[in-house]
Design a protein around this ligand. Structure first.
Ligand SMILES: [Zn+2]
Ligand SMILES: [Zn+2]
Ligand SMILES: [Zn+2]
Length: 337
C-alpha cells in the first residue's frame, strides 16, 4: 500500500460548484475561537458566520454560510495583516476512496476521464503492494481516487460499469525502533531500541521467545495483523478519516458501536443493483426539491433578483449540512472498549 499523497493537491479557493460545508482553518499563536469569530465578523460581516470551534491551541475551525464567505476570509488583507493564517483544510474538500477491479494494463488517465460520479475525481493512482522479500512494488487492481467533495461518493461508474467506493484509510505509522504506533523510526525519540520478536531491549541472540509489547502474549509479535492493539489503532485511524477529526478526538470518541455505524458497508452484488436505483431516485428527488424551491421563491419574492436566490440557496444548503452533521455526530461519553 502506498503512502497518502493528498497533501500534493493544493486548493486555494472554494468554487461555486463545491457543496460545502464551507470551512476555514485559522491559525495564530494563542488564538481563541471567539476571538477568531470577532475578527471575521469585523472583516466580512456577521451574516456569513455559522460558528467557530477550537481544534487545538492557536488553531480554530470556522464554518461560514457559503463559498463566497469562505473565499472572502481567504482573501482578507485585514486578517492577514493581523498575522492570521487562513486556509482550507484539505480533508474538508478532498475525500479519498478506493475502487477495486481495474486491470493493471489500463491507462488511468483514460479511466479518470470516463468516471461518472456525483463528485469530481481530481486525482487517480494505482495502489501498489510492497513485496518486502524482493523489495519491489507490485501493481494491484485497486485504484485510489481523490474526489473534490466533503463526502465520499458511495459509487461511481466507468463505461457503464458500477463500482463501489470504499474509504481510503492511510497505512498505520509503526516505528520499528521502539515498536510504537504514530511515527517512523527516522523521527523516533525513544532511548531504547526494542527486539521485534520479544519486544525487550534489543539483543544480539535470536533465541528469544515471541512476545507482543501491547498484549503481553506469546501468540504473536508486536505489529502482527491479529494484534488487538493494531486493530484498535486501525479503527482509530479509520474514524479519524471518516469524521475528519484529530487523532486525539478519534481516540477519545471511537467505539466499536460508532465505527459500525460509520463504516462503509460491504455490498453484495444483489445490493449493488438496489443501490443504483436508490441513487437514481435520490437525484430525481433532489431535482424535484430544487424545482419546488424555485416556484416557492418566485411566489414569495416576485421582485427579488436571482443573486439573492443563490444566497438563500446557499444558506439553506449550509443549514441542511449543519443539521446532517449534528445528526451524524458521535454520541458523547463513549469510552474506548
Ligand atoms: Zn519509535
Ligand atoms: Zn528478542
Ligand atoms: Zn498484540
Amino acid at each position: 500500500m502506498d503512502r497518502p499523497k493528498e497533501s500534493e493537491i493544493k486548493i486555494e479557493n472554494y468554487l461555486p460548484t463545491d457543496q460545502g460545508p464551507f470551512v476555514i482553518h485559522l491559525e495564530k499563536e494563542g488564538l481563541k475561537h471567539y476571538e477568531a469569530g470577532k475578527l471575521i465578523i469585523k472583516a466580512i460581516g456577521e451574516k456569513h458566520m455559522i460558528d467557530t470551534t477550537t481544534i487545538k491551541d492557536g488553531k480554530v475551525k470556522v464554518r461560514v454560510t457559503n463559498y463566497r464567505s469562505a473565499n472572502m476570509i481567504l482573501a482578507s488583507q485585514e486578517l492577514k495583516s493581523m498575522g492570521l493564517k487562513a486556509y482550507i483544510p484539505i480533508n474538508h474538500i478532498i475525500s479519498v476512496g478506493t475502487i477495486d477491479g481495474i486491470k493493471i494494463e489500463e491507462d488511468l488517465e483514460e479511466i479518470r476521464k470516463e468516471i461518472k460520479c456525483e463528485a469530481q475525481p481530481v486525482k487517480i493512482e494505482r495502489i501498489m503492494w510492497y513485496n518486502h522479500e524482493t523489495k519491489t512494488e507490485i501493481p494491484t487492481e485497486k485504484i485510489k481516487i481523490s474526489f473534490r467533495a466533503y463526502n465520499l461518493p458511495s459509487s461511481l461508474s466507468i463505461f457503464g460499469g458500477l463500482f463501489l467506493v470504499k474509504i481510503f484509510v492511510p497505512k498505520l505509522l509503526f516505528c520499528k525502533k521502539c515498536l510504537s504506533y504514530g511515527h517512523f523510526k527516522k523521527i523516533c525519540k525513544s532511548q531504547i531500541e526494542r527486539c521485534p520478536k520479544c519486544a525487550k531491549e534489543i539483543h544480539p541472540d535470536t533465541t528469544c521467545e515471541t512476545n507482543c509489547k501491547f498484549c503481553n502474549t506469546n501468540d504473536h509479535p508486536t505489529n502482527a495483523k491479529e494484534c488487538q492493539e493494531k486493530i484498535r489503532q486501525f479503527k482509530i485511524k479509520k474514524y479519524m478519516v471518516q469524521n475528519k477529526c484529530s487523532y486525539k478526538y478519534a481516540k477519545d470518541n471511537y467505539t466499536n458501536r460508532v465505527s459500525q455505524i460509520f463504516a462503509v458497508p460491504e455490498y453484495s452484488y444483489a445490493e449493488i443493483a438496489k443501490l443504483r436505483t436508490t441513487v437514481q431516485e435520490y437525484s430525481r428527488k433532489l431535482e424535484d426539491i430544487n424545482n419546488v424551491f424555485n416556484v416557492l421563491y418566485k411566489y414569495a419574492f416576485p421582485q427579488q433578483p436571482d443573486t439573492d436566490k443563490e444566497e438563500s440557496l446557499d444558506a439553506i444548503k449550509a443549514a441542511l449540512t449543519d443539521y446532517a452533521e449534528k445528526q451524524e455526530s458521535p454520541m458523547e461519553g463513549h469510552s474506548s472498549n
